[in-house]
Ligand binder design. Structure first.
Ligand SMILES: [Zn+2]
Ligand SMILES: [Zn+2]
Length: 167
């Protein structure tokens, strides 16, 4: 029992681990990024870097590179904000959990969307995000990367049963 309790993630680890899971849906081979917007420990939205809905994927037809950046995808943070906007959910005072340091444009969008804190575990090249966040008074917390393992073990729960394929 004690061992199982040990695996319970902190809130920070929980939301960042979710951001990592979300990033698995990314469609650009140059970058897999995930973002989870959270307020009062509740998830408002999630986003990963992917093409405009209905557009082709970098994974299928290659990247669209301009000035050494792939510009085909909408970034994870932007998609998380846009998901809120399309559902009429306020992003005011939310925390952004992001796998990477946001790029310059995303940092500006997060600030303008009223995000009050940003939590990341890995960095990103060519970003002015830190300067923009500092100027806006938004704390940027870098924490240790959460474990990449999902500790769901159906076999150790006696009342759970795996669905077996019928023959
Ligand atoms: Zn791409
Ligand atoms: Zn970005």
């Amino acid at each position: 029992m004690a061992q199982r309790k040990k695996k319970r993630p902190t809130w920070d680890d929980y939301f960042l681990k979710l951001a990592m899971l979300v990033s698995e849906r990314s469609t650009c081979p140059r970058m897999h990024c995930g973002c989870v917007l959270v307020r009062d420990k509740q998830i408002l939205s999630t986003g990963y870097n992917g093409s405009i809905p209905g557009d082709e994927h970098c994974d299928d037809i290659g990247c669209l590179v301009v000035d050494n950046h792939c510009i085909r995808t909408i970034h994870a943070e932007m998609n998380a904000i846009l998901q809120c906007s399309s559902h009429g959910t306020s992003t005011q005072n939310a925390t952004a959990y992001v796998t990477n340091l946001p790029c310059t444009n995303c940092s500006k969008a997060l600030i303008a969307a009223g995000i009050k804190e940003v939590v990341i575990f890995s960095d990103y090249h060519d970003s002015m995000a830190e300067d923009f966040f500092r100027k806006a008074g938004i704390p940027l917390r870098r924490i240790k990367m959460p474990g990449t393992r999902i500790n769901y073990d159906i076999k150790s729960y006696t009342s759970a049963k795996e669905i077996k394929k019928k023959k």
